[in-house]
Write a protein that binds this ligand. Structure first.
Ligand code: G1P
Length: 300
């Protein structure tokens, strides 16, 4: 048995993705691609790179295509190989999760009762120790995966809960969980509290939480005791805040770049960012990417 500090990752993927309708009417937002790679695949790759042994997907019955994406598909691999497309078949095989050694579990969240409720749906399936939570529509790209960096920092810091954090403008704080920060040490920010989506004038800081968490196993007790919070939902933020006195809370300033891929602007930005790193797209970017919107309007 592994004695790694963080062996389980939970992916809450039951949400309706209303910000991306009509694209998400029939396609789960987690399967929307940045060029050719669905958001959920980025999240899986990040978890794997961080040494995660079990991935728990908290999904919804209407989103069964997520499971189809994640699971190894022997028939598709076979068909691709017969057509001489062995390279892509190999890639799909590497990307897929292995059913046999219980590398992944799907559980259903039938009602949209909030992120705290979603995480608690995974409680029965977690391996011993702290758990990671990854929100796939927060795409974080960098040389090292955000979760790998966090696991390393978590193993050396003495805090019970750790959340990824970045500074946002005062006006933007009301879209995030926000830390009550009181000091830092390198990439780690020590927090005395955390509030969900505060009004800008009430926010304790501009250190916003983005979708990567490493949570002490006692989070599940705090989730069980939770009352509905902001928006009438069971908020993960409130359960984290409930444990701070006992465990401590650290924010982690990750080194990658975060894209809010739950929004159209964020998805477009991520697509351009990835395309710029691949010469295959240079021509397209030259033709369509570099033109300032104002210039184009003036030219028409
Ligand atoms: C969730 C969390 C929030 C966090 C955000 C990061 O909010 O509740 O604390 O800052 O993710 O993306 P949502 O964006 O799901 O409303």
């Amino acid at each position: 048995m592994s004695n790694a500090a963080v062996r389980t990752a939970i992916f809450p993927v039951a949400g309706l993705g209303t910000r991306f309708l009509p694209a998400t009417k029939a396609v789960p937002k987690e399967l929307l691609p940045v060029i050719d790679t669905p958001l959920i695949q980025y999240a899986i790759d990040e978890a794997r790179a961080a040494g995660i042994e079990r991935m728990i997907f908290v999904s919804h019955p209407s989103k069964s295509s997520i499971e189809r994406h994640v699971r190894h598909d022997a028939d598709l691999g076979h068909a691709l190989r017969q057509k001489g497309k062995g390279k892509i078949a190999d890639k799909l095989e590497r990307d897929a999760l292995d059913d046999e050694n219980q590398e992944f579990v799907f559980v259903m969240q039938d009602k949209p009762l909030g992120l705290g409720h979603a995480v608690n749906c995974a409680a029965k399936h977690v391996l011993p120790g702290a758990v990671a939570v990854i929100l796939p529509d927060d795409l974080i790209l960098g040389e090292r995966g955000c979760l790998s960096e966090m696991v390393e920092a978590y193993e050396t810091s003495k805090t019970g809960h750790m959340v990824a954090t970045m500074e946002v403008s005062r006006e933007a704080v009301s879209s995030y969980g926000v830390l009550d920060a009181h000091g830092s040490d390198g990439k780690v920010i020590y927090a005395a509290g955390m509030v969900e989506k505060p009004a800008p004038e009430k926010a304790p800081s501009r250190h916003a939480v983005v979708g990567r968490y490493i949570l002490d196993a006692s989070i599940f007790g705090d989730l069980d005791a939770l009352e509905p919070g902001a928006g009438g939902e069971y908020q993960l933020t409130d359960a984290i805040a409930a444990g701070i006195g006992r465990l401590g809370l650290a924010g982690f300033k990750f080194s990658g770049r975060r894209f809010d891929c739950g929004s159209k602007q964020g998805m477009l930005a991520a697509t351009l960012f990835v395309a710029r790193q691949d010469p295959e797209y240079a021509e397209v970017l030259e033709e369509f990417g570099a033109v300032e919107y104002g210039q184009r309007v003036a030219a028409e």
